[in-house]
Every structure is written in structure tokens, then in C-alpha cells.
Design a binder for this molecule. Sequence first.
Ligand code: GDP
Length: 403
Amino acid sequence: MDIGEKMMNIAFIGHIDHGKSTLIGRLLYDTGSLPEGKLEEIKRTCEALGKKLEFAYIVDALEEERKQEMTIDTTQTFFKTSKRSYCIIDAPGHKEFLKNMITGASQADAAILIVDASEGVREQTKRHAYILKLLGIENALVAINKMDLVGYEKHAFDRVKKDVLDYLKKLGITPKSVIPVSAKLGDNVVIKSNKMEWYKGLTLIEALDSLKRKKSDYYFRFPVQDVYEINGERLAVGNIISGEVEVGERVVIYPERREAKVEKIIVFGKKLRKAKKPSSIGLVLEGCDIGRGDVVCKGRPPVILKEFETNVFCIRKLEVGGTYVFACMTQEVDGKILEIKERIDTNTLERKRGIKVLGECEIGRITVRLKQPMVFEKFSDVAELGRFVIKENGEIIAGGIIA
Ligand code: GDP
């Protein structure tokens, strides 16, 4: 089986208090993915505090545990179905979450947009959905949550469903399913509800299992991390982020477009004939010098950009005329913002022109001029080379996507 099909990263998005944590807790519980005795432990803690148990506390408890353990591997939470494992992408703060999504700290294969049936579409519902569009995430499900609060009524569901679909349509997103659920009581999450006979569609977990992961196979791309001189040979090390390579093949090094031949592929001191994504390798090339930030490629040329227009999500302030560092994988180049073409209001989808500054959490379209060309790909072809971050004093202040 394809590894990609066995594991999927799911982002839980939606307006605050619409039930993201509760839904995650419910999924973990109903799929039997919680550690032994965890729920009982949380129940006891709640009783001691005189509180009623809430499923959202499961997420808090796991979060707390992680903080104490402080190990890198435990920053992820998983649940499993008979089909595959899912890794949950969720960040404590709204801003942090958007930053992780846009910078690729967490890469989602699919997303569940959660909307409160009693409140309907709100500001963050829209902002999060817009991020999906920026990232080109096509695998989206909508969970209309808290159906218990609207008496499990079809017309309440239909009203919110229409609003969500109207907005998503404007962004060009077609969700695979829109599902009425109650995360709190467990309706249509893992267990089919008997309170909504009018709904004939899939449960949330069935809808997740029926999503197909996009195949991410592209030509050989190898961003060089470092070059070491070993026994008179120059060894370029890095990760293969797409495709495969073989000894004897001709490759091209970008951005300067220099040709070379693969003389050796070395992994942990051993020579290999062939290597493919995802692996960490060393390359010895014949006929060409190479350095950090170069990208070794085969097949169709990558996208080389020096002056270009792009969409950005702003984490801090970004100003016209400002000089910043643009970073994509191992490349770092100085560049200037020539113009902010427009700012997009994710609430109304209105575009405002004549702006000089983009502020926190704002989305806009900018023109950039780099000091030297950088190597990119369209985000939909190779995600790692399709996104970049903008830094100021070493801190990430914005993220962009190459569409
Ligand atoms: P988040 O901010 O999106 O993570 O929202 P939470 O999961 O923390 O939920 C916010 C509040 O909504 C909590 O008090 C939950 O108990 C409540 N809630 C979540 N899902 C449901 C639901 O299906 N029905 C009802 N009645 N309340 C819910």
C-alpha cells in the first residue's frame, strides 16, 4: 500500500468555540485512540474540581502532558480507523495556527471546517476557509456542529449549509461532504445518529476515510543544505523533496542553470545507485560546483523568480519599500516589497487597493523584487518549494504561496 494512503494530516479549523477541541476529543474517544485510562483520569480531575466532564478537556489534557514531556515526537496527536491513521493539526492559538499552516510547520492534507449550527458562519470561519484556498487544500469537509442545540432540525442545518457553501463557492472550494454532527453527544461523528433520519449522507469518519490523498509525485528536486569536502570530493547533502535520481544521470543546478552529472549517491557513508523521495542523501556531482541554496533538478525546469506578484498572509507588519529576507527551504535572499497590489478582506472578499502596509493576520497580494533569483515550484506541484516566508531580524513576519 502507498504510505501516503495510510496516513493523513487533518487540520481542524473554524471559529472559536464552534467545537474544534470537542470534536477532536470525540474522535479520539469514539475511535478508541485514547491512551488506557485517560478518560477516567480526566473524569476524576473534573469531579475534584466540581466540573462536568467535557470532551474538549481531552485535548487540554493531552496538551498538558506534552508540555511536561517536552519531547518532539509527542507534539502530534493521532487517531486511527480501519483504513488509516490521522494526525491532528491544531494549534492552541488562532494566530499560531494560521502561522503554522502558512509556513508549512504543519502541512495539512485535508481539513474539517467546523461551524456551529446555532451561530452559523462567523469571521474566523471565513478567514480559515480563505487559508485553505491559499494553500490549495481541496480535501475539505464541513461539519455543522452542535446540532443538539437546534433540535436536530433539517432546516437549521440547511440554512447554515447554504451560507457555508455560498462562501466556499466564491473561493472555488467544493467540500466533499457537509455533515450535521453533535461533537458533544457523538452524533454522526463515528456513530451514525438516530436523531437525524433526514440525513442520508456519510458520518464524519466515513467521509474522512473516503478522501483520497493527492499523489505528490513530481520531477527530482534536491535543495542543497550544505556542502562538505571529503577526501577531495565535494559532497552536497540535503533531502530529496520530490522524484528520484540515479548515478550517471544528467541534472541541472538552479537558479544558475548549470549542467552536471551524478557521479555518486551516498547515504550514511554507503554508495547507492538510486535514491528517491523522501530521503536524506549526499550527492557528488561531476562537472559543476555547488553550494547551499542551490536546487538540483531533473525534468521540467523549476519556476525561477526575481520580480513577481504573490499572495501573502501577514503575521506581523509588512510595508511597501521595506527590505526583508525571503526564505524558501535552504534558500535565503534579500528582497524588497515594491507594491501592495491589494488587501483582501476575508469577511466580505472585497479587495482594497492603494494600501502601503499589511497588518497582523491580513491577506494581500504584493509585488516583490529579489536581489537574486530564487527557485520555486507551484505550490500544487511541490509544496515545499511552493511556499516561502518573509523574515525580519530572523523572525517570520509573513508567509506566501506560489500559485
Ligand atoms: P473550540 O474553541 O472550537 O475548540 O470549541 P470547544 O471544543 O472548546 O467548544 C466550545 C464550547 O462548545 C464548549 O463548551 C463545548 O462543550 C461546546 N460544544 C462543542 N460541541 C458541542 C455540541 O456538539 N453540542 C453542544 N451543545 N455543545 C458543544
